[in-house]
Design a protein around this ligand. Structure first.
Ligand code: FAD
Length: 413
């Protein structure tokens, strides 16, 4: 059994999953987070284990649409003007990722992760007894016009089918049979029968944290000020104390960029904020997540209400919540439900997003005692467990289940 001590920065879904995999492999693991586990962006997601998501966002078609979307207050895309300078390296990386060869490589890389992601989730859910937090009812993506449905069938959905994703096209009537409480806003859509979702992202994080502690793991609640890598250990400076670990793993979500910059590691990571509203939908209920794909919003039935999630707002992490964003989303929910749901709570958080839609996973070439796992953008819940497994294999020096080269931080240098 290994005896090395490992410090993990960040107890979001990625850090927690990594902690469990490393602990299971026999390491002494400490998680460090300034908040309670799971209270970062992992708190607020739409809850989908989006196994169908193997296509990068970076395409020239998307780039062409962006200016009009940014001008349209009702579109899912928005940007805080003062955030523009921070977006420059990201924008350049996005442009490069659109070229066919790069897009195809990104697509293949995402597929390699997705191919083993479900098994890794299963490992953690079995280990932590977390199955009660997961539902397997599939997921729906609906269209409101025949044109957009046909375009989807020719485009993204066809591409996914060619990648081997299990999906079915459903008519409006077939959708009504599955979700009778939806309004008639749609003309049908796509059904992913294998997709699962969690009824509570925060309870899933807590479940992972409790198992970790029960099995000897340590969680420190403090803010990491600096990392000082040496030949035999890495010094982690917190607000008042200093700790030393043989290995450190950085899973600090969107904050990872600032933590690594003083070490000369530059990554074009940005804050792509998403919102959610918890809705009281009265007598209306849903059995599974339902997306309105033309508007990029999802309704997920969760503990405590239906979660309405969406929006890609490029803005500073600490910018105030923009009520225009939630107004637009709420209007979409009204149309989807044919009703006026009551808002129970509102939330905003920053997805840690990379230009090529691929996470950053693996050891740092310049600092071999530091390994990273961040940049999961829209897919951190989906790819958290497999990230933890890959990081563990890498630290063990074993051949990985997936080639980590496409995910290396060095791809941006
Ligand atoms: C609206 C919305 C919907 C989404 N829907 C989905 C979905 O359906 N499926 C899916 O797979 N993904 C979804 N995502 C994306 C997913 O939530 C994220 O990719 C994922 O949560 C990222 O996890 P993380 O652990 O990297 O980051 P985080 O959860 O943010 O964790 C990072 C942690 O690091 C800590 N930290 C940062 N700096 C420091 C420091 N200096 N010292 C100590 N601690 C520090 C933070 O406190 C935080 O807890 C969605 C996101 C949003 C916003």
């Amino acid at each position: 059994m290994p005896s090395s001590s490992i410090g993990i920065l960040g107890a979001g879904i990625v850090g927690l999953s990594t902690a469990l995999h490393l602990q299971k492999a026999g390491y002494q693991v400490t998680l460090i987070d300034k908040e309670l586990p799971g209270m970062g962006v992992s708190f607020g997601n739409a809850g989908l284990f989006a196994d169908y998501a193997c296509l990068p966002f970076s395409t020239f078609a998307m780039m062409r649409k962006m200016p009009a979307m940014l001008m349209d207050k009702n579109s899912p895309l928005s940007m805080q003007g003062s955030y523009l300078p921070s977006l420059m390296p990201y924008g350049w990386g996005f442009f490069k990722a659109c070229f066919t060869q790069n897009y195809e490589q990104g697509k293949a890389a995402l597929k390699t992760l997705q191919a083993v992601a479900r098994q890794s989730d299963q490992t953690l859910l079995d280990l932590t007894d977390g199955h009660h937090l997961i539902k397997s009812q599939g997921c729906l993506g609906l269209f409101s016009t025949e044109e957009s449905f046909a375009a989807g069938q020719r485009g993204d959905l066809q591409e996914r089918r060619e990648q081997g994703v299990n999906l079915e096209f459903l008519s409006a009537e077939q959708v009504r049979e599955l979700e009778p409480d939806l309004s008639g806003f749609h003309v049908g859509g796509v059904f992913y029968p294998d997709t699962r979702f969690t009824i509570s992202p925060i309870e899933l994080s807590r479940c992972y944290a409790q198992h970790f502690i029960a099995n000897g793991g340590v969680i420190l609640q403090d803010e990491v000020q600096a990392l000082l890598p040496g030949d035999t250990e890495v010094v982690v400076r917190l607000s008042e104390k200093v700790f030393k670990y043989e290995q450190v793993v950085v899973c600090a979500g969107v904050a990872s960029k600032a933590i690594l910059a003083p070490l000369g590691v530059k990554v074009p990571l940005v804050s792509e904020r998403g919102y959610h509203l918890t809705l009281d939908t009265g007598a209306k209920s849903l059995s599974r997540p339902v997306g309105w794909l033309d508007k990029s919003v999802f309704l997920t039935p969760m503990d405590g209400g239906v979660r309405l999630a969406g929006t890609a707002e490029f803005a500073a992490v600490d910018a105030p919540l923009n009520p225009e964003r939630t107004d637009v989303m709420l209007e979409h929910a009204r149309v989807m439900l044919g009703d006026d749901p009551r808002i129970k709570s509102t939330w905003v958080g920053s997805r840690p997003s990379t230009p090529d839609s691929l996470p950053i996973i693996g050891p740092l070439a310049q600092h071999p005692r530091i390994t990273v796992g961040f940049g999961h953008g829209h897919l951190g819940l989906t790819l958290g467990a497999i990230t933890g497994k890959l990081i563990t294999e890498s630290i063990q020096g074993r051949e990985g289940s997936v080639d980590l080269k496409p995910f290396s931080a060095a791809r941006f240098s």
